[in-house]
Design a protein around this ligand. Sequence first.
Ligand SMILES: [Zn+2]
Length: 153
Amino acid sequence: MTSLNENETYPCPVCRTGEVKPLPLMEDTFSCEFCQHLFTANFSQQVLKMMDSEIPLSWYWDGKKWSNPYRKGLDIGWEYFVLGVLFITIPPLIVGTGAYLFPPIPGTPLAWLPTVWTILTFLAHFVILIWLIVEYYQFPVVMYLRTRMQRNS
Ligand SMILES: [Zn+2]
């Protein structure tokens, strides 16, 4: 357990690969040597805030890892994982079962609709779940992927 202070390095909450280090001569400023992002630290609140981001992103340091500053110390248990799986599987299952029990007449113009509708239901719920995870962990997916692509090219 180490608190957030200006003498330590921490895993980068953006790329999850590099380390954030305090910048010399710059008070409360950290930078990641891997993805080059800059952060300001609030030591009294143990919060790291991203400086060069269009969207406000911040992370709370709990002594071991970064988490959402608005839900300090709250961890996602397995029951949330089960809920998440149910959330993305139940609706398409209902739609799919309906299509299976009352199959459209093959060859009719809208025969494809139940299948497509089932897939769309699944995708919509999947996207919502991903969004919830991103919001919870303050995990910048786009920035993470962008950093990865820049590294690989
Ligand atoms: Zn980084």
